[in-house]
Design a protein around this ligand. Structure first.
Ligand code: ATR
Length: 274
């Protein structure tokens, strides 16, 4: 049996085991995937233990995505750019760190709502870890412009500066946001605004969006946020946060096994567990 798992704190509510075990079962792969509660103090021991026990791979979640990098032998360029690792591959004792969150998000966006991102104008709300990973992956798709808006403006400035060589990325302030949204093809909320229990909170007024635009929200609890609900009423196409979770797992599965992941099976397992 090949061993896998996810480490985090808290970890009880993780849907990764149900998604991954179903994927392995469906593919006829003899593997087991567990969820492990690991505190910050235990992180180094947990990684050493994973190696000692011959785990093939780990997913890493909050709060370890940055700290875990110190324990790895190699960091993939995408994870380097995102500044975080969420997937570890154990190649015969050599630990390689990847970040599948940003590329998982973009693959979900493309497969679920907007096949071609080339030439599109994108507004990203938020400038935290999630925004950074998404920005790196989006830049690869050659959008015409990415506009960043954040409550704390200098965080957005720093993020934009870090990616200015990769694509056209600029910062919009609060007063400019409405106009930016009215021109955007895709508006992405990466902030926690709208997350349960604040079900009525919206990161911006969905009436600012073009009717044919895509409204995308990383929040997946609730599955349809107030922002997405309002955008749908306006006639926008909507994209929720569950897809990002599924596709980050799809990439992890593919890195570990070298086989195409059974995406529909994984999606069904996740959706059934809500
Ligand atoms: P994540 O890894 O999910 O991106 P993070 O790095 O803590 O988490 O980033 C959270 C983002 O959500 C930030 O952009 C934060 O804005 P600030 O940089 O101003 O803190 C944003 N955010 C969180 N709560 C918010 C709120 N109530 N209103 C507006 N933005 C909020």
């Amino acid at each position: 049996t090949v061993l896998y798992g996810v480490i985090g704190d808290p970890i009880r509510h993780s849907k990764s085991p149900v998604m991954m075990n179903e994927a392995f079962r469906h593919m006829g792969i003899n593997a087991a995937y567990g969820a492990f509660h690991v505190t910050r103090e235990q992180l180094g021991d947990a990684i050493a233990g994973m190696c000692a026990m011959g785990f093939r791979g780990l997913n890493v979640t909050i709060p370890h995505k940055v700290d875990v990098m110190a324990y790895l032998d190699e960091i993939h360029a995408g994870a380097q750019a995102a500044g975080a690792v969420n997937t570890i591959v154990n190649e015969d004792g050599r630990l390689i760190g990847y970040n599948t969150d940003g590329i998982g998000y973009v693959r979900s966006l493309k497969e679920e709502v907007e096949l071609d991102l080339t030439g599109k104008t994108v507004v990203i709300l938020g400038a935290g870890g999630a925004a950074r990973g998404i920005l790196w992956a989006l830049a690869r798709e050659k959008p015409s412009a990415i506009l960043l808006a954040n409550r704390t403006a200098d965080k957005a400035e720093r993020l934009a500066a870090a990616f200015s060589a990769e694509c056209s990325v600029s910062v919009v302030n609060r007063d400019e946001l409405q106009e930016a949204c009215s021109d955007a093809d895709i508006v992405i909320n990466t902030t926690s605004v709208g997350m349960s229990p604040n079900l009525d909170a919206v990161p911006l007024d969905a009436a600012w969006l073009k009717q044919e635009a895509v409204a995308s929200d990383l929040v997946y609890n609730p599955r349809e946020t107030a922002f997405l609900r309002q955008a749908k009423q306006r006639g926008c196409r909507i994209h929720g946060g569950v897809g990002m979770f599924i596709y980050q797992g799809v990439y992890a599965f593919e890195y570990w096994t070298g086989q195409p992941a059974p995406i529909d099976v994984m999606r069904q397992a996740v959706v059934a567990s809500f």
